[in-house]
Write a protein that binds this ligand. Structure first.
Ligand code: SF4
Ligand code: SF4
Ligand code: SF4
Length: 306
């Protein structure tokens, strides 16, 4: 029986829904798991059941899962406690692994974010930045591995039920889990002709050949749509192989994060676009677009003030 502790930081909750989406294989795993901490389903108090403790405390566990990046000082404290109490720590989903969508905020200084949200937003009455009873924001969004050592990253926004099962099964059996170091393109069955394209199309225009078998469809990027398959880690297709968005005749948005931990998706995408004659300058917000899911670990920084 493995004791599991799960935490969620700067997230949307989608990665927790993925755990439910596992479906029947979860019934096979459950007899081997004992959930000792999971705020999404359990009313576990951080400071003891009656608030008697003076520091955050999480029960000891064999496997710790954290979804979401670190966005405030409380997240940081909980991450340190999770690392201290969990034998193995798993970053669940791309927010935890690479910052995810919340790390787009890393393009702005925290004071500018407060200013925008509390004083410049047209839909909010202007007021002071709240400071009482809530933890202060950190200076930026951090991937979990920037705060504490992480043993495994299960990427994806959300991560996939198959990957969660593979990760838990590997951990329960004491085997390592190795992520693919291929790109989404390597698992994409569409036809690449390396023919030049001159303009990028809007993402909502219909792609050619929707409904045809994918091995008869021309590469979506070579049709002129921005597809981030060349710069994105493979694996979202699970046992079937074909990447999830490509199966739906949609371009890859890059949600599995960089192909390797130190890779730079912006450099990889500039190269891929140039190789088929597309000028990357057609994309006005290149840093945010190419690092949409991977803005932590220094990939996105505040823009110089104008
Ligand atoms: S990785 Fe995506 S689905 Fe998971 S918590 Fe972050 S935003 Fe939500
Ligand atoms: S660019 Fe997109 S559509 Fe083309 S091969 Fe790569 S993943 Fe497939
Ligand atoms: S195709 Fe790309 S965006 Fe879609 S699920 Fe796979 S990695 Fe994520």
């Amino acid at each position: 029986m493995a004791r599991i502790a799960e935490e969620w930081f700067a997230i949307c909750g989608g990665c927790e829904v993925t755990i439910l989406d596992i479906g029947e294989p979860l019934l096979d795993l459950l007899p081997q798991l004992e959930f000792v901490h999971m705020p999404v389903i359990m009313d576990h108090k951080y400071y003891g059941q009656t608030g008697e403790k003076d520091k955050i405390e999480i029960p000891e566990a064999d496997i710790g899962l954290i979804s979401g990046g670190v966005r405030n000082e409380e997240h940081k404290e909980i991450a340190l406690e999770m690392r201290a109490k969990c034998k193995t720590l798993v970053a669940l989903g791309t927010c935890a692994g690479y910052g995810g969508i919340p790390a787009l905020g890393n393009m702005y200084l925290t004071d500018d974010i407060y200013e925008k949200v509390y004083r410049q937003s047209e839909t909010t009455d202007s007021g002071d930045t709240p400071s009482s009873g809530i933890p202060p924001l950190t200076d930026r969004v951090y991937a979990i591995s920037e705060v504490v050592p992480v043993d495994i990253v299960l990427p994806g926004c959300p991560t996939t039920p198959e990957l969660v099962v593979a990760g838990l099964t590997a951990l329960l059996g004491g085997a390592p889990l190795k992520l693919s170091e291929k790109s989404v393109c390597d698992e994409c069955p569409t036809i690449r002709e390396k023919k030049a394209v001159s303009t990028l199309k809007r993402p909502l225009e219909n792609i050619e050949s929707v409904g045809k078998p994918l091995d008869q469809v021309r590469c979506i990027m070579e049709q002129g749509y921005l597809c981030q398959g060349p710069a994105t880690r493979a694996g979202c297709g699970g046992a079937e192989g074909t990447p999830r968005c490509i199966r739906a005749y949609m371009p890859c948005r890059g949600c599995f994060g960089p192909i390797r931990d130190k890779a730079n998706p912006m450099v990889d995408m500039m190269g891929a676009l140039s190789s088929i004659g597309l000028d990357p300058k057609q994309i006005p917000d290149r840093p945010a677009t190419f690092n949409r899911f991977a803005g932590a670990q220094g990939r996105l920084r505040p823009l110089p003030r104008r």
